[in-house]
Ligand binder design. Structure first.
Ligand code: TXA
Ligand code: MG
Length: 304
C-alpha cells in the first residue's frame, strides 16, 4: 500500500485503516455524511455515539473547533498524542452532523504516529476514526487484529506496526469547566497541571455519550481483580503468579505502560483458547492504570 492510495481512498469517501499510537482506527473523511455512515455501519455502532475527528495540523483543528487558552495549553503540551479535546464546533461543514451525532461540540485529536500524520496531512481535512473493532469488541492494536475485525470494510489497510500505547486516547471536555470524560495515557494529573482542577465526574451516562455497558469485550466472560484464578481460567497476570493454568503476562515487571500496550492483544489471545472465563489480576489504579481498569470494568460488563 502506498500513502497515495490511502489518501485517494479518503478523498473518494472510502474507508481505510488508520494506525495510531493508541489503537487502530477505522477512518473516513469527516465532512461527508455518506462516508461517515459507512463507518457506523461497518462497526455496527449506534448513531448517537459521536466520533473523534483526527487532524494533521493544529491550524485545521482551530478551523473545526473553538480553541480557548486551556485548549491551546493542552495541545501545545500533548499534541501530537493520546489526548482528545471536546470543544464547541466552529465550522460544522468540516465535521458533519453525523460525525458529531448532531451535537454542537466536536472531539478533536492529533495522533502521534508517523504514518497517521502523513495520511492526515496528505488528505488535508478532518478524518473520523473510531477504533477499528466491531462495536462492543476489544480495540485492535495490531495490523492483523484490525484486518480480522473490519478488514472487509476498508479499501486500504496500512500496516503501522503494533500500537505503542494500547488504550484509546484520554477525552477531556472543555465545554465548561474541564472534565475528564475518558481515561487514557494522559492522566488526570497531567491535564490538571494545564487546566487547574477538573470538574467532578458526572454520573455515568452523562459523560461521553455512547459509552455502552458491555464494551471492549471478548467472547469469554471477564473476571477482574482476581488474585487466585479458579480452574478453567486463562489468567492475565501482572507480575509473578503461581497460577496452575494458562498465564499471559500483561507485564512481568509490573509496568503499567507495558500492561496497557498488551491489554487488548492479550484479551484476544486469551479468548482464542476458548476458556470458561478470562481472569485478570488486580491493576493499580494509578496513572494509565485508571484507563486499564476502566476498559477492564467495561469488558466485564460492570459499567452500566
Ligand atoms: O485513541 C482514540 O481516540 C482512537 C484512535 C483510533 O484515535 N479513536 C477512538 O475514537 O477511540 P472513538 O470515536 O471511538 O471515540 C469517541 C469517544 C467516545 O467516548 C465519544 O463518546 C467521545 O469520544 N466523544 C466524541 N465526540 C464527543 C462530543 N462531542 N462530546 C462528548 N464526547 C464525545
Ligand atoms: Mg472504540
Amino acid at each position: 500500500m502506498s500513502l497515495d492510495e490511502a489518501v485517494r481512498a479518503l478523498r473518494d469517501g472510502d474507508l481505510i485503516h488508520l494506525p495510531t499510537e493508541t489503537v487502530y482506527g477505522l477512518a473516513a473523511r469527516a465532512d461527508d455524511p455518506e462516508a461517515v455512515i459507512r463507518v457506523f455501519e461497518a462497526k455496527g455502532r449506534p448513531r448517537f455515539n459521536p466520533l473523534i475527528v483526527h487532524v494533521g495540523t493544529v491550524e485545521l483543528a482551530e478551523r473545526i473547533g473553538v480553541f480557548d487558552d486551556r485548549a491551546r495549553a493542552l495541545t501545545q503540551a500533548f499534541w501530537p498524542g493520546p489526548l482528545t479535546l471536546v470543544l464547541p464546533v466552529r465550522d460544522a461543514s468540516l465535521a458533519c452532523d453525523l460525525a458529531r451525532a448532531g451535537l454542537d461540540s466536536v472531539a478533536l485529536r492529533m495522533p502521534d504516529h508517523r504514518l497517521a500524520l502523513d495520511v492526515l496531512r496528505g488528505f488535508g481535512g478532518g478524518v473520523v476514526a473510531p477504533s477499528a473493532n466491531r462495536s462492543g469488541r476489544p480495540s485492535p492494536t495490531t495490523h492483523a487484529d484490525a484486518i480480522e475485525e473490519t478488514g472487509a470494510a476498508v479499501r486500504v489497510s496500512p500496516d503501522g506496526g503494533p500500537s505503542r500505547v494500547g488504550v484509546e486516547s484520554t477525552v477531556v471536555s472543555l465545554l465548561g469547566p474541564a472534565r475528564y470524560l475518558r481515561a487514557g495515557a494522559i492522566t488526570r494529573a497531567q491535564v490538571e497541571a494545564m487546566t487547574g482542577p477538573l470538574a467532578a465526574d458526572a454520573a455515568e451516562g452523562h459523560r461521553s455519550p455512547g459509552r455502552l455497558s458491555l464494551h471492549y469485550a471478548p467472547d469469554a466472560p471477564v473476571e477482574i481483580n482476581v488474585d487466585e484464578p479458579l480452574p478453567g481460567r486463562v489468567y492475565l497476570a501482572f507480575g509473578p503468579t503461581g497460577h496452575d493454568g494458562p498465564v499471559l503476562q500483561l507485564s512481568a515487571s509490573r509496568d503499567l505502560h507495558e500492561a496497557a500496550a498488551n491489554l487488548f492483544r492479550l484479551l484476544r489471545q486469551a479468548d482464542r483458547l476458548k476458556p470458561v472465563a478470562i481472569a485478570v489480576a488486580p491493576i493499580p489504579d494509578e496513572g494509565i492504570g485508571e484507563a486499564i481498569n476502566d476498559r477492564l470494568r467495561r469488558a466485564a460488563g460492570f459499567v452500566g
